[in-house]
Design a protein around this ligand. Sequence first.
Ligand SMILES: C[S@@+](CC[C@H](N)C(=O)[O-])C[C@H]1O[C@@H](n2cnc3c(N)ncnc32)[C@H](O)[C@@H]1O
Length: 243
Amino acid sequence: MSQTHFGFETVDEAEKAGKVKGVFDSVASKYDLMNDFMSMGLHRVWKAYTVAVANLKEGDAVLDIAGGTGDLSRAFARKVGPTGTVVHTDINEAMLRTGRDRLLDEGLSLPTTICDAEKLPFKPGTFDLVSVAFGLRNMTHKEQALAEMCRVLKPGGRLLVLEFSKVAKPLQKPYDWYSFNILPKLGQWVAGDADSYRYLAESIRMHPDQATLKAMMKTVGFGHVDVHNLTGGVVALHVGIKC
Ligand SMILES: C[S@@+](CC[C@H](N)C(=O)[O-])C[C@H]1O[C@@H](n2cnc3c(N)ncnc32)[C@H](O)[C@@H]1O
């Protein structure tokens, strides 16, 4: 049995998805509140930047992978209008239900489906744009998931990967201090769950850095990949073009 990482823990590959499910089952109801607390609202700026880079037009077909509580799906739906499509997906039912309820409360009824990014249930060449925000880090076989994202894009279509990344050197010490001291306490206080936020801090350290992720995207078939560092590399937006 091959092994992989769950945060700093080494686990059998077959165990990881179940452990990730445990994290998101636990935090789903407090996920949005916690995002605002722990990023001091910055996740809204990172997502707004992603939507601006997406540069969608009316009628576009979009797939939001690991869409969770639906921030990107909602913003994309407004851009593509009634002639376009945004499919809101996630592997986790609790996250997807929370997101779907939120979207419905805001008057948006989007196609919503549970799916694993590593086995996407869509035909090749279906979408103009695929997004995955803060989701790739949690996947067991990242290259398999990226290859699937490439497969379902139309030629010329783009993949946007918004994810925590490697911070610039001067930020490393304060960022580590915040991640390992403050974040789990915030998690305990806001969501009643320190462990899930300890996993978050650890999984960020185990995630491929900007250059490695760019190389992975090229390996699975993206002809061109741009990297946008945000907030000193706390987060990076990778934009891959299928060409
Ligand atoms: C941190 S949340 C991100 C939610 C949302 N995209 C956002 O930016 O707020 C990560 C999401 O990735 C999902 N996820 C983890 N593994 C996945 C997989 N293999 N396929 C699809 N989604 C997955 C989790 O269920 C969770 O909802």
